[in-house]
Design a binder for this molecule. Structure first.
Ligand code: 9J3
Length: 292
């Protein structure tokens, strides 16, 4: 009897231990480049809503494998290079990613929202254009928008205006005065910086998050000591430089959000809504979510 209890105890603890270990491996795998080799091109038919773009995509060995798509807009006076690391990361994990340059560097969020929708539609049409490297590779149903600052405001506006054409939004240190996104109906992950002096989180990202309705999946992650550029590429440019390196953390949540809500892969749910590892708890100043 005693040994049977011991056996059950050992069995249960080892199952829990194996689960925890598997989870840790899973977490680490999302903090670096993923399994796919990355390809990139920019010679697709032009559209009027943005100037040009880089399209990053996973090189697949599987015939007719389809991927979801993500359109990304940079912020005020920024270029696509300021978000290029997302293109590489997300493509390596199995997404087609279009990062655009706006028509003018000063385009307001409303214009960036239209550019993002056009970007999503470019990805869709690249999936059917005969000469496109992406022909047959795009799942036109699985589309998301992202953006930094005014591009984050644009992503929120696009999510609200065109939600029926999209599956998820990820605004990065979003900027939109008096932004009210209460009509949004797609899962939205908001990333913010505690010491953002440009889009102050208490004025922009946090109220944006709070304005989202209570019946959708939504999450707010605020990076402790993080500036306006924590989710940007580290380019070395003084003005647009992340002050601390949290790409592992925001990258992991970004990938997991898209795996869960674009690809509908439920195995990522614990990575999104489960406990945050201790090492990351220490790096955030505010974290709120509704799972729904
Ligand atoms: O996209 C952004 O970084 C917003 C910055 C900003 O405050 O613009 C004011 C004109």
């Amino acid at each position: 009897m005693k040994s049977k209890t011991n056996f059950i105890f050992l069995f249960l603890t080892s199952v829990l231990w194996i689960n925890a270990a598997a989870q840790e491996i899973h977490i680490r795998q999302l903090e670096e480049l993923g399994p796919y080799q990355i390809e990139r091109y920019n010679d697709f038919p032009t559209v009027s809503q943005f100037a040009n773009a880089d399209i990053y995509y996973p090189k697949s060995k599987i015939q007719n494998q389809q991927f979801g798509g993500v359109a990304i807009s940079p912020g005020f006076r920024e270029k696509k290079e300021n978000l290029s690391w997302w293109g590489e990361l997300l493509a390596s994990h199995g997404f087609a990613v279009l990062i655009l340059d706006t028509n003018t560097l000063n385009d307001l969020p409303e214009i960036r929202a239209e550019a993002l929708l056009a970007g999503v539609n470019v990805l869709r049409s690249e999936g059917t254009r005969k000469a496109s490297p992406l022909v047959g590779m795009i799942n036109p149903e699985n589309m998301a928008v992202m953006g930094h600052s005014m591009g984050g405001g644009g992503a929120l506006l696009a999510a609200q205006l065109y939600g029926e054409q999209l599956k998820a939004a990820i605004p990065l240190t979003s900027w939109q005065p008096d932004g009210d996104f209460s009509k949004t109906n797609i899962p939205t992950l908001a990333i913010a910086g505690e010491v953002d002096r440009i889009a102050v989180s208490d004025v922009h990202a946090f109220p944006h998050y709070l304005s989202l309705p209570g019946n959708i999946a939504k999450m707010y992650i605020e990076i402790k000591d993080g500036n306006h550029f924590i989710a940007n590429t580290s380019t070395g440019q003084d003005r647009l430089q992340p002050n601390i390196d949290v790409h592992d953390l925001v990258g992991r949540y970004g990938i997991a959000w898209l795996k869960l809500f674009l690809d509908r892969d439920e195995s990522y749910r614990p990575l999104v809504f489960g406990d945050m590892p201790e090492k990351d708890i220490a790096r955030i100043s505010r974290w709120e979510f509704l799972e729904n």
